[in-house]
Design a protein around this ligand. Structure first.
Ligand code: PGA
Length: 252
């Protein structure tokens, strides 16, 4: 089954409004003609309202880096799905390893946040991935399997079909150490196998699984050539047009 690749930039806590506008304009100039790859950028929430109009009518969609599980209420510092919907967001990243590491996100919370995204017609990009310690202890497949089960517990196949998964080994994020295409493929194939078991083969074949962790123009082709890698979630290299453009145009 042909899955449209999805390449999304996670800008993390970078770029103020003017720098974001410059980047978006540079990306539009080079990416507006791309039709065979789904493209997204996830700026900090404060920047979304200023870049949304700049992206209107372009091939580039925008999203947020997190979403709260409730729709409103006493949750200081949080943003709801309804609020993101109002800003024209397409995606909400949930369960990024930095959220798990620094802000105590658990699989149960990630599950709730992803469900909230679906309620507001946002595509949750659900992140999973093992630490270096877990990999070295030979626990990668066990850890990622547990995260997938926890993040998707209670989900229907119909719900899952609206999500994107991202495998991001923690040791590869921001370190310049990419997983080899074979290491990434092994985990992606395990995830697809697990989805077949938990849901059904059609759903497992339809769902897109991104790889993330030091994806750069020089390694994107070999990663994307793997049968179960359907896109990339990109941090550092998404902040510069010279790097993000060739990533999206990996087929050129
Ligand atoms: P990186 O970040 O590309 O800078 O390694 C990836 C991510 O955190 O999504």
């Amino acid at each position: 089954m042909a899955r449209t690749p999805v390449i999304v930039g996670n800008w993390k806590m970078n770029l103020t409004r003017s720098a974001a506008a410059d980047l978006v304009n540079a990306l539009r100039a080079k990416l507006d003609g791309v039709r065979d790859v789904e493209i997204g950028v996830c700026p900090v929430a404060t920047v979304i309202p200023s870049i949304a109009p700049l992206l209107a009518g372009s091939a580039i969609r925008h999203g947020a880096q997190n979403v709260h599980w409730e729709d409103s209420g006493a949750f200081t510092g949080e943003i709801s799905g309804e609020m993101l919907r109002e800003l024209g967001c397409t995606y909400a990243i949930v369960g990024h390893s930095e959220r798990r590491q620094y802000f105590g996100e658990t699989d149960a919370r990630v599950n709730q946040r992803a469900k909230a995204a679906l309620r507001w017609d946002l595509t949750p990009i659900i992140c999973v991935g093992e630490t270096l310690e877990e990999r070295e202890a030979g626990k990668t497949l066990e850890v990622v399997g547990r995260q997938i089960r926890g993040c998707l517990e209670g989900w229907s196949a119909e719900e899952l079909k609206k999500a994107v998964l991202a495998y991001e080994p923690v040791w590869a994020i921001g370190t310049g150490k990419t997983a080899t295409p074979e290491q990434a493929q092994e985990v992606h194939a395990m995830i697809r196998g697990l989805l077949t078991e938990l849901f059904d083969a059609d759903t497992a074949q339809a769902i897109r699984i991104q790889y993330g962790g030091s994806v750069k123009p020089d390694n994107v082709k070999s990663l994307m050539a793997q049968p179960d890698i359907d896109g990339a979630l990109v941090g550092g290299a998404s902040l510069k047009a010279e790097q993000f453009v060739p990533l999206v145009r990996f087929r050129d």
